[in-house]
Design a binder for this molecule. Structure first.
Ligand code: MG
Length: 305
């Protein structure tokens, strides 16, 4: 318990609460991913990919249960500007939106007439555009969705305009693009490349791309490598720091890529999300369990549309 925090840089001390501890909220999943916090429902929704279900844990009852069985092997989740759940689905190789009546709207499933690989993680910008990564993990085996051939020529990062359905490639030089998040002012898009998972060679890093006024990306820069394992999902806090998943827990980096410290988690971490009433609680998807810990910062607030 005493070793939850690993201080690498003294600045990390201001971001943690020495009396906070890592709580295991629920366990029994096979591979957790895609946490998203619903402040209006005081709950977290996340994916249990190989079990083909979306889970939900509620703060009021402290109880977890299945939110959606047969989730089409859902992975990343977020909310759009209207508060609707937006989900990446592996098996159906698409991005969907859950409407207030519970029905699903397909937002994207093809690019230039060919099926997507398997959308992995997703974020919504303040202008309503939906940005998502499309690596091949969900079609690599039946375990995470369904073994199938890739139809795309690459593993792209896409920008979708839900108003007209226009889908555009914003980055095409990734090995396996994975988690993604905007800086607090949305002037920078961070994207993880987890191409090194399952291979000795391959990328294990996060890159940063300036976002132009026309929503294209300028030349990117390397922010940091993330090891052990590789970066999967990550989030940005109110000061622009990156909180990334890693093989040994959660790593906190400055926007320049300096490692400030770690939250040690007894399982490999796939993704995380800020939540709680004050936005200062990190919900962490370990391999088989959902964890939470309070920190002394909060997630980046959405900028005004
Ligand atoms: Mg991911």
């Amino acid at each position: 318990m005493l070793d939850v925090f690993e201080i690498v840089d003294p600045r990390f001390r201001e971001l943690i609460l020495p009396i906070a501890w890592l709580e295991r909220l629920h366990t029994g999943m096979r591979w957790c991913e895609g946490p998203v916090y619903f402040a209006d429902q005081r709950c977290v929704i996340w994916s249990d990919i190989p079990n083909n279900r979306l889970m939900r844990w509620c703060e009021d009852t402290q109880a977890a249960g299945i939110f959606r069985a047969d989730s089409n092997f859902a992975n990343g989740n977020t909310r759009d500007r209207q508060g609707r759940l937006v989900t990446c689905e592996h098996r159906t190789r698409r991005v969907t939106r859950t409407e207030p009546d519970g029905s699903l709207t397909i937002l994207a499933d093809r690019y230039r007439g060919r099926r997507l690989n398997s959308p992995n993680d997703v974020v919504v910008k303040s202008d309503g555009t939906i940005w998502f990564t499309d690596p091949t993990y969900g079609i690599a085996s039946d375990y995470e969705g369904g073994g199938a051939e890739a139809e795309q020529d690459g593993r792209y990062v896409f920008r979708l305009d839900p108003r007209d359905g226009a889908l555009a490639v914003v980055a095409d030089d990734f090995d396996q693009p994975n988690g993604l998040a905007f800086s607090p002012d949305e002037s920078v898009l961070y994207i993880a490349d987890s191409g090194g998972i399952g291979r000795e060679a391959g990328n294990r890093h996060i890159r940063a791309f300036p976002v132009r006024a026309d929503n294209t990306l300028a030349e990117g820069r390397l922010v940091t490598a993330v090891t052990p394992h590789a970066p999967d999902g990550f989030r940005v806090d109110e000061a622009g720091r990156l909180w990334s998943s890693a093989g040994d827990g959660v790593h906190c980096y400055t926007p320049q890529g300096e490692l400030l410290g770690k939250i040690r988690v007894p399982e490999r971490v796939g993704n995380l999300a800020f939540g709680g009433a004050a936005g200062n609680r990190l919900f962490i998807c370990g391999h088989t369990s959902l964890y939470a810990i309070f920190v002394n910062t909060c997630g980046a607030k959405a900028v005004a549309a």
